[in-house]
Design a protein around this ligand. Sequence first.
Ligand code: 5GP
Length: 210
Amino acid sequence: MSALIEPSGLLLIVSAPSGAGKTSLVKALLECDPDLVLSISCTTRPPRFSEQDGVHYHFLDRATFEKELAQGAFLEYAEVFGQLYGTRIEDVNRTLASGRDLVLEIDWQGARQIRARFPEAISIFILPPSLEELERRLRNRGTDSPEVIARRMDQARAELAHWPEYDYLVVNDRFESALAALQAIVIAARHRTARQRQYLQALLGEIAAP
Ligand code: 5GP
């Protein structure tokens, strides 16, 4: 089992029910911020069309996932829609060692595990403007059958119920304003005194404490 190195950068958790637009928002957030790195999770779910191994997920068979889990390779993991998802400690360490900030796109169960271990992690929940709109978005994707959409709506309601556990709520009504809210949260988090203390040692050292 590998141990997690102490994070000096931000650990940013982003959760949302499927259809809330989380993936597009996170992608846009990363594109305009080179200091943010997306954690690539492992999953037993088969790749969707256009998903690449090692880019969107590390796609593992269940036996391999369970073996790694038993070896303590995961920082957090959860079962979602009957499939296993998890964040490898080794992958997180690689980013943290580079001094950059890490974005974890994980569900509420994983968010809980990360928060328990790192209370300073910042967690953001992305909400759809309404449940009707969420269902409309899931239908418009055109990738899932009505049964799968109905299951995803049930799962979405269950996921949405966990909003009170998060530090920030962002409604993805208009993409641009939701993105601006995410950027503002990251900027504010980077300016917290506890974090600035590490980066402004020279300046702060010159200023006498009262
Ligand atoms: P999807 O299969 O649609 O890509 O993801 C399904 C759900 O699994 C989403 O809520 C997503 O955030 C969550 N998920 C993806 N990777 C991880 C992970 O590493 N850990 C946890 N706990 N959830 C994850």
